[in-house]
Unconditional design. Sequence first.
Lengths: 401, 401
Amino acid sequence: MSRWAQLSTNELSVLEGVFWLHGPSREALSQRLAFSRTHANAVIAGMLEQGWLDRAGQRESSGGRRAETLCLHPALGVLLCADLGATSIEVAVLSLDLQVLARHGEAIDVRLGPGLVLSRIRALMREVLAARKLKPRDVLAIGMGVPGPVDFATGQLVEPPLMPQWDSFSIRDDLRAEYEAPVWVDNDVNLMALAELWRLKRELPNFLVLKVGTGIGCGVVCHGEVYRGANGSAGDVGHICVDPAGPRCHCGNVGCVETMAGGPAIAREATSAAQAGQSAMLAERLAANGMLTPEDVGNASRAGDATANQIVQRAGTQIGQMLASVVNFFNPSHVFVGGGLTRIGPLFLASLRQCVYQRSLALSTRHLEVGYTPLGDQAGLIGAGVLALQETLRGRAKVLA
Amino acid sequence: MSRWAQLSTNELSVLEGVFWLHGPSREALSQRLAFSRTHANAVIAGMLEQGWLDRAGQRESSGGRRAETLCLHPALGVLLCADLGATSIEVAVLSLDLQVLARHGEAIDVRLGPGLVLSRIRALMREVLAARKLKPRDVLAIGMGVPGPVDFATGQLVEPPLMPQWDSFSIRDDLRAEYEAPVWVDNDVNLMALAELWRLKRELPNFLVLKVGTGIGCGVVCHGEVYRGANGSAGDVGHICVDPAGPRCHCGNVGCVETMAGGPAIAREATSAAQAGQSAMLAERLAANGMLTPEDVGNASRAGDATANQIVQRAGTQIGQMLASVVNFFNPSHVFVGGGLTRIGPLFLASLRQCVYQRSLALSTRHLEVGYTPLGDQAGLIGAGVLALQETLRGRAKVLA
């Protein structure tokens, strides 16, 4: 790694700029870095020669020669990324421009504990590397998202409600045995927010990414940076109360939005409705499988089942009530909604939006846009890649400072 | 003003540093600005000579000679500040180290409209200047807080619910007729937040200032800067719903915290209780004055009146419910509570805190501190001073950039 120590602060800024601008032209890069053209050219020439940067995009098009663009040199390595959910895991190798080179996803229950889950993750990491004939030493940095609060400095989980056995566990130490590359861990929704920030080349300074699935959480971008709060728990909106007369949550309080409208609540409501004879479609499905999932409710809703529609609308409205409070407080320009519950059909987003626009102040919603996460299912993995590369570059800069 | 145009970016940084560090030593200043000692001394020497800076604090103490500290030169001028509330106005002249040189406060109803209210403010501004034998040309900058949302770039009010006649009115244009100095306008709670940020020398990056009075609003500090949101309405927490079965608010929705627990709600509840014979103390006060105020409820509560205690506790709990949602989302390190309702007795803050600690997640409240605004009643005026000086210095920097 001693090669990195030779980079100047300006050179590290160039690497960060090339990454965040998705392979810019020299002009775009020097503009964003506020370097003069001459200064930028001198720095870039050296970095091309030393193998930090490479040329890309120089090809003929109908409009004549395209401007040369710059990219991080592929020989710098790859990013190894994992996105751990409450019930699933995705592992991938990404190039430095965040293209997925190899990927593997499967179901897993985080409650199995860190020992079993991480041993499976390490096996999948070896697998995706092998699929591209890569070795551990080709890995420049590792990024991982987890479905719970993380102390960002130490990379440890802090009292994660969905994964109690992981409390104070250090994923970083676990992976250090197999990889020399630095390991960065963050909450899954923070990574989704970071991914969208990268997609947008940092051009939107204030927005939210809401993840709705088993749990409900929110990634917060403020002043152009992911905001983690004083203790890393910012965006923990699942336990915001939407009904003081609502049912008791496992957290001890009543009416938490996660307990009333998260994935398990939807499955539970559907099961009751099926058992009470309110929906032939859901009852049939329940009889066939012995259980109901939010996906079953979504399928029934899309097929026009009135009871399923009601369940989906109620969940959208309750999550919308929570979001309306957050929008009043935070006044974001955009809310991007992702996670498994987005697959339960268009009525979900419609109900959520209706509630937000009705319950928030006019000034907060005048220009507010609420839609699905553009990066969809890939947001978590891409965010892990952004985290890994960004923090590695910042870490190098810090060593020098 | 041409004298300002001669300042370099480094010199402007020195002025900002001296202001934000409350008159630092040379060592503290050069450390914060990351200037070498030699470079800092050279810049400071020139600025002392040209009358931008002055020496202060060089006096004998029992421990020997004190280190010399620096201040902005008093000859640069004064700051003219106004803090407009829904029912009151404070106007003051502040020195550049934010000492109040002259101050006048009185009751006024903002609903009289901008014509009448601003003519009174201009008269008070002349009065406070005259009290210190100052002229309009001595004013370096003007800052003003208003109880409604402001488009920060234009200085115009945007659909302010408590002051409808002020919609799109430009306070800046109005004051321009009398003063050459630049005019900066912001929401009153943003200014309270800015004031606490200055008091703390920017050492807390993420905190909230909650103002509870006729309305309920919140100033947000995020990543060390006041956060205004995408449209300037961040912190507009008064219309967050705390009870879906609650009463209808003038905004059209139900259960808004401001309608249930703001100053008018407390007065209304107390009046009903007095009329229903639930409190001899409140009934006596109502008979004497023909009306009840939150202060009356506070006095009765302090005197041990059980009904008054209940009203105060209910308001604290309802505001605490709203604050719990905001704390879950934002995870601040501190919440500073100010505004008129803080005068209704210690039960108010106690109930509010109890609710926040009970309803928010353990991780969000583990290190959370909830207390009164240390700057108290002066927060609004001091914030107007910080705004005026900070934006004026930034404005000069921009002209040069």
